[in-house]
Every structure is written in C-alpha cells, then in structure tokens.
Design a protein around this ligand. Structure first.
Ligand SMILES: C[S@@+](CC[C@H](N)C(=O)[O-])C[C@H]1O[C@@H](n2cnc3c(N)ncnc32)[C@H](O)[C@@H]1O
Length: 253
C-alpha cells in the first residue's frame, strides 16, 4: 500500500509539519554551537517542504528528496520561486545527479531529515545504506542532522494507542500497535476529507522501526561519519532510557 499518497493533501492542514519548523529553530542553535555555515543543503524525506522553506530563509540553497510524488507536489507549490530542486527518489540507495551534467553527483554542505523519516528504514542494513548514501552526497566536513523516534516512544506513545482529531473539512483516526520483539510500530491511519456534501475516506498503513542509540551511533560511524553530538531531541542533553526522540549531529569524516 503506497504511503503519503492522499495523506499529502491533508498533511499541513493537520499541522503535521510543525515539528519541522521546531527542528529548523533547533538547527539554528546547532549551527551556532558547532559553527556550521552551510551554503547548500538537502532535506531527506522532505515531505511538504516546510523545513526546506525555513532553511532557505537562512540563505541555504536547498534541495529536497522524497519518495512521494504527492508530498513533492505540495512542496513544489509551497517553494515556488525559491530556487529549490526537488527529487523523487527512494531511500536507502539514492543517487542524485546534477541536472546540467548527468555524470556528476550532487553534493551538499548539509543534509537534514526530520520527523521520524529514518524510522521508515525497517532494517539495520537499510538504515546503514541510507547513511552511506547520505555520506556520498555530503562534502568533506559536511553535516548530517536528523531526528528519530526511539523504541521507548514507539512502545509508550504508539502501543495500543488510538489518536483522533478533526478540523472543519477533515478528520483522522490513528490506531497504533507495537511489536516489542521486532521494536516495530504500525500505525493504521484512516482519514475523512469533505468533498462537497460527501466525505471521502482513505487509509494508509505506516511502519516505523525503533533503533537503540548504540545501533544508530555504530551505523553512523561505520558509514563514514564522526558523531559531534547525540542528544535528547531539541536539547543539548544526553538522551536517557526515557527519551522519546533523539537527534544526531554527524560530520562526514
Ligand atoms: C513523517 S513524514 C516527514 C516529512 C517531513 N520531513 C516533515 O518533517 O514534515 C515522512 C516522509 O518520509 C517520506 N519517506 C518515507 N519512506 C521513504 C523512503 N524510503 N524514501 C524516501 N522518502 C521516504 C514520506 O514520503 C514522507 O514524506
């Protein structure tokens, strides 16, 4: 079942992109702390392009990548006139080529990925391949900044929990489960969207994999990164067993 297909049309209405706004504010603090001054950037799994928009406002020439044509279409509309390049590609093994020279790989000073996007890599080998692909697209000394849900979050916030919400023209129900032996969560999402006097119903099933902090760090180091920071997300504190979200600040060696 494809994901982020019809969901794309309601993603921003649900304020699902607010996390990426908060992450760009956090990135500003990270840039200051580590004296990072990126000129070019790529947002992996960029979704509807909100983070790209905010990072562009900092003077970074941004590109974005996502597997979903529908999410990218929303992003393209939002980013019109901002000189942004969008790629429809699927992690983990992406390869981005220069649009003017098809033999040349594009590289960036910064790669970001926000809001659990890397939890969609359901095996260690896929996560590692995504890290390797990212490293190949970073300039030497370039930074990879991303957040991930922890197994604690998937167990506590997702397991057997149902969430629902509504706006004037739409409503949604998320039914979640967690498999502790696999450290994998499933979210069965049902959406209702008003169309004239009728309501359209559509469904998507999302799977997220939780990784131990030690595993994320090990995979980053074996993919060509030095780890300058690994935090409880949106702070500069060490993550604890109770942390729901971690943020890595990884530098290409
Ligand atoms: C939770 S959304 C996050 C979007 C955006 N980063 C944000 O913060 O709002 C996850 C995004 O990851 C994308 N995605 C999931 N798996 C992917 C894959 N294998 N390759 C590329 N994009 C993927 C989805 O299409 C979706 O846009």
């Amino acid at each position: 079942m494809p994901i982020y297909n019809k969901f794309a049309s309601v993603y921003d209405t649900m304020n699902a992109d607010r996390h990426s706004v908060q992450m760009v504010d956090y990135c500003k603090k990270i840039f200051k702390k580590f004296k990072i001054k990126p000129k070019t950037g790529l947002d992996l799994c960029c979704g509807t392009g909100t983070a790209i928009s905010k990072l562009s406002e900092l003077g970074i020439r941004m590109s974005g990548l996502d597997q979903s044509a529908q999410m990218l279409a929303v992003a393209a509309k939002k980013l019109k006139g901002k000189n942004v390049t969008l790629y429809q590609k699927e992690l983990p093994g992406f390869r981005l080529l220069d649009k003017n020279d098809s033999k040349k790989k594009v590289t960036f000073d910064l790669v970001t990925s926000f809001y659990d996007s890397l939890n969609y890599m359901l095996t260690e080998s896929k996560l590692k391949q995504a890290f390797i692909s990212t490293a190949k697209h970073l300039n030497h000394g370039g930074y990879f900044i991303f957040d991930m849900n922890t197994p604690t979050a998937l167990k506590t916030i997702w397991d057997e929990q149902t969430y629902a919400g509504k706006k004037d023209d739409m409503a949604w129900i998320w039914e979640n489960e967690y498999n502790p032996s696999k450290k994998q969560a499933i979210c069965k999402a049902t959406f209702f969207k008003k169309k004239g006097n009728l309501w359209e119903r559509f469904e998507e099933e999302h799977h997220e994999q939780g990784y131990a902090n030690t595993t994320i760090k090990k995979l980053l180091r074996s993919s060509g990164f030095a780890l300058d920071g690994f935090y409880e997300c949106r702070t500069f504190d060490n993550p604890t067993r109770e942390s729901y979200r971690v943020c890595a600040v990884a530098r290409k060696r």
